[in-house]
Design a protein around this ligand. Structure first.
Ligand SMILES: Nc1nc2c(ncn2[C@@H]2O[C@H](COP(=O)(O)OP(=O)(O)OP(=O)(O)O)[C@@H](O)[C@H]2O)c(=O)[nH]1
Ligand SMILES: [Mg+2]
Length: 610
C-alpha cells in the first residue's frame, strides 16, 4: 500500500453554528487563494442564496488549500440535524476530520451524531475548540465534556488519543496550548499535516465513488468524488455502474481538481485526490466510475431514512395558476424527481391521486428548504401538514422517536414541561448551571415534535434553543390530540379591509394586512378559542350620511403576525393546507366552504357513533 504525502483529505464536522464555515474562511484567507484586493466577505462557502439568508450551511461542499506544498482538500458539512444526510454522503471522501466544539456550548446532540459517523468511518479526528475569543469561554470544561463523548463513542483505544487545537475561527487564529495568544491559523494546518494520515492509494485501474453531483449548462453533469485507485485523464474510456448494477460506457471529457473556490482543469489526477469529472451523461450519487478493464463496484453510500412526510400537490386554491410559472402535475413531478438526484435522504412517491405526491425527508426544515427552493424557481403548489413516518416491524406498528434538548431559562421550565407532556414527551435529564440557565432533555416521538418549534419559541419569547437527534423506532404510542387553537377563516372572497380585520382581531391575532386578496376558506388568523370561526375580513363599515373625516382611519389594527414558510407548515392542522407560490404563502382549509366543513364534521361524528 502506498501513500500520497502531497495530499490530506479532511471533513469539517460539528453541531450547527459551531463555526465550521467560518473556520474555512480563515483557512482560505490565510492560504492566499484570493487576490489581496478581492473582497470575499464571510461564510465564503455558503454561496447558495438560502444558505446566506438563513446563515446555515445546507449542502456539503468541497474546497482545497495548499499549505507548505501539501494540498488539503476540505469538505464543509452542514451541522443542522435535518441535513445529516449530507454528512453521511461526503464523509467517505475524507481520512480525517476536524470536530469543532463551541467553547461555551460544549458538545451538543449533533456533535455526537457526527463524531459517531466519523469514528465509524475510521477518520482520524482533530478536536478544535472554537470561539475561544468569546468572553464566557469555558475551554477546560468543554474539553472534559468532549473527552467524555469520545469515551462513550470510541470503538478502539487509539481513537481516544486525539489532538486538540484551540481556535478563534472569526479572528483566524489557532493555538495548541490553551490560554496562549495566537497569531494565525498555521498551528491548525500543521496539526492537519502531522496527524491526518495521507490518503492510502492502490495502483491499478481507475476507480472512484461518486459522492456529489453538480450541473453546468455547457459541461452537463459533473460527478465529484475521491479517486480510490489508479488515475483518470481527459478522453479516458470509463464505465459507470449504477444502483441497479447496469453498466454505461462513456468517455471522460474534462478532469478538475479543487483550489480555493475554483475548479482547476488538469490533464490528469490520481488516487487519493478529490476530483470533478465531466462527460458522464447519466451518473448518480453512489455510482462507481471505473476503468472498463476492471469495473469493480465500490459500496454505495448509505444514508439514514426519512422520518417525516407530507403531500405536495397541484395548487387547488381559487387563485391557482395566477402567480407561478410552473404549476402542472407534470412540471411538479419532474422537479421533485430531479431533487432526488442530489438530495439523498429525500424520497418522492406517487400517490393514488395523480396530482399529489408524497415527499419524505429528515425533518421539517429539510422539507421546507426544498419547498422554498422550488418556490423561488417559480413553482406553485400546495402542501399538507408534515407527519411522522410509521413502519410495521415484525407485525408491530412503530414510529420514530427523538431526543429533544432544550436550552432555556429556569422560568420557562413549568410551561415547557406542561406543553411537552401533552405531546408524549418524557423528561430524561435536567441540569442547571447555577445561573438560571437550564438544559432539559426529553424523549419524544417525532409526531409529538411536529408543530413544537414555533410553540417553543413563542413560549420562551425567543430565549431558547432547541435541538433534536433521531433515536430510533419504538412502538406506536397512539395519536396526539392537537392543542392548537382554532383558525379565523375568511367567509368570502375579496379584498381584506381595516374594518373587517379589526372585527376579526376581536377574536384573535390576524395573519394578513388590509389590501390582501382573500378567498373563502383561507385562514386569516388565529382564534383565541379552540374551534374555527368564519370571519368576513372584506366587510366595510356601513356608510352613514354623517361624513366624518376620521371615521375610517380611526380603526386601529394590531400589525399582522407574519408566518414564515417553516412556521406556516408547522402551524397547520390535518384538515388544512399551505398554498405556496413565488409571491405568497397562504394558509387554507382543505374544504373551502363552511357548508362542506360542517358536512365533513357531521359525517365524521356519524362514523364514530356507528
Ligand atoms: N466569536 C466568535 N464567533 C464565531 C467564531 N466562529 C464562528 N463564529 C460565529 O458563529 C456563527 C456560526 O458560524 P458558521 O461558520 O456559520 O457555523 P457553521 O458551523 O458553519 O454552521 P452550520 O453550517 O449551519 O452548521 C457565525 O455568526 C459566526 O460569525 C469564533 O471563533 N468566534
Ligand atoms: Mg456552515
Amino acid at each position: 500500500m502506498n501513500y500520497r504525502s502531497d495530499i490530506r483529505n479532511i471533513a469539517i464536522v460539528a453541531h450547527v453554528d459551531h463555526g465550521k464555515t467560518t473556520l474555512i474562511d480563515a483557512m482560505l484567507k490565510q492560504s492566499k487563494v484570493f487576490r489581496d484586493s478581492q473582497k470575499v466577505g464571510e461564510l465564503i462557502m455558503d454561496q447558495n442564496a438560502l444558505e446566506r439568508e438563513k446563515g446555515i450551511t445546507i449542502m456539503a461542499k468541497n474546497t482545497a488549500v495548499i499549505y507548505r506544498g501539501v494540498k488539503i482538500n476540505i469538505i464543509d458539512t452542514p451541522g443542522h440535524v435535518d441535513f445529516s444526510g449530507e454528512v453521511e454522503r461526503v464523509i467517505n471522501m475524507a481520512d480525517g476530520c476536524l470536530l469543532l466544539v463551541d467553547s461555551i456550548e460544549g458538545p451538543m446532540p449533533q456533535t455526537k451524531f457526527v463524531l459517531r459517523q466519523a469514528l465509524a468511518k475510521g477518520l482520524k479526528p482533530i478536536v478544535v475548540i472554537n470561539k475561544i475569543d468569546r468572553r464566557n469561554s469555558r475551554t477546560a470544561e468543554v474539553l472534559k465534556l468532549t473527552e467524555n463523548l469520545f469515551l462513550e463513542l470510541a470503538t478502539s483505544t487509539d481513537q481516544l488519543d486525539f489532538p486538540v487545537v484551540y481556535a478563534s475561527a472569526a479572528e483566524g487564529k489557532a493555538v495548541t496550548e490553551p490560554g496562549t495568544k495566537g497569531k494565525d491559523i498555521a498551528p491548525l494546518f500543521e496539526c492537519i499535516l502531522e496527524k491526518v494520515p495521507p490518503p492510502q492509494i492502490e495502483n491499478g485501474q481507475f476507480q472512484m465513488l461518486v459522492s456529489n453531483l453538480d450541473y453546468d449548462s455547457h459541461k452537463g453533469r459533473i460527478a465529484i468524488g475521491r479517486i480510490r485507485r489508479g488515475k483518470v485523464a481527459a478522453h479516458d474510456p470509463v464505465v459507470c455502474v449504477s444502483a441497479d448494477g447496469s453498466l454505461s460506457h462513456y468517455e471522460i471529457n474534462e478532469v478538475f481538481t479543487y483550489l480555493g473556490l475554483k475548479r482547476l482543469e488538469v490533464a490528469q489526477a490520481g488516487a487519493g485526490d478529490i476530483v470533478a469529472v465531466t462527460g458522464l451523461e447519466k451518473v448518480g450519487i453512489g455510482d462507481t466510475i471505473a476503468s472498463p478493464e476492471r469495473p469493480e463496484v465500490l459500496p454505495r453510500i448509505e444514508v439514514g431514512e426519512p422520518t417525516v412526510e407530507m403531500t405536495l400537490g397541484v395548487n387547488t386554491s381559487p387563485f391557482a395558476g395566477r402567480e407561478g410559472r410552473f404549476s402542472t402535475t407534470r412540471q411538479l413531478r419532474a422537479r421533485l424527481y430531479k431533487a432526488l438526484e442530489t438530495n439523498l435522504s429525500l424520497r418522492v412517491e406517487d400517490t393514488d391521486s395523480p396530482d399529489t405526491f408524497l415527499v419524505k425527508g429528515r425533518g421539517e426544515l429539510h422539507l421546507a428548504i426544498l419547498i422554498e427552493t422550488m418556490r423561488r424557481e417559480g413553482y406553485e403548489f400546495e402542501v399538507s401538514r408534515p407527519e411522522a413516518i410509521t413502519k410495521v416491524i415484525n407485525g408491530n406498528l412503530v414510529e420514530p422517536v427523538e431526543v429533544l434538548t432544550l436550552d432555556t431559562r429556569e422560568e420557562y421550565v413549568g410551561v415547557l414541561t406542561e406543553m411537552l407532556s401533552s405531546r408524549q414527551a418524557q423528561l430524561a435529564d435536567m441540569c442547571n448551571d447555577g445561573r438560571d440557565n437550564i438544559r432539559l432533555e426529553f424523549r419524544i416521538t417525532t409526531k409529538g415534535l411536529i408543530g413544537f418549534r414555533s410553540a417553543f419559541l413563542t413560549a420562551t419569547r425567543g430565549e431558547g434553543i432547541m435541538n433534536t437527534t433521531f433515536l430510533g423506532y419504538e412502538d406506536w404510542r397512539g395519536p396526539i390530540v392537537s392543542t392548537r387553537s382554532g383558525a379565523l377563516v375568511a367567509s368570502e372572497q375579496g379584498i381584506a379591509v381595516s374594518y373587517g380585520l379589526s372585527n376579526a382581531q376581536g377574536r384573535g391575532p390576524t395573519f394578513i394586512s388590509p389590501g390582501t386578496l382573500v378567498y373563502e376558506g383561507m385562514i386569516v388568523g388565529m382564534n383565541s378559542r379552540s374551534q374555527d370561526i368564519a370571519v368576513n375580513v372584506c366587510k366595510e363599515k356601513k356608510k352613514t350620511n354623517m361624513r366624518s373625516s376620521t371615521a375610517d382611519i380611526s380603526v386601529k389594527l394590531t400589525p399582522p403576525v407574519q408566518l414564515s414558510l417553516e412556521q406556516a407548515i408547522d402551524f397547520i392542522n390535518r384538515d388544512e393546507l399551505v398554498e405556496i407560490t413565488p409571491r405568497n404563502i397562504r394558509l387554507r382549509k382543505k374544504l373551502l366552504t363552511q357548508a362542506q366543513r360542517l358536512r365533513d364534521i357531521s359525517s365524521a361524528r356519524r362514523s364514530i357513533k356507528q
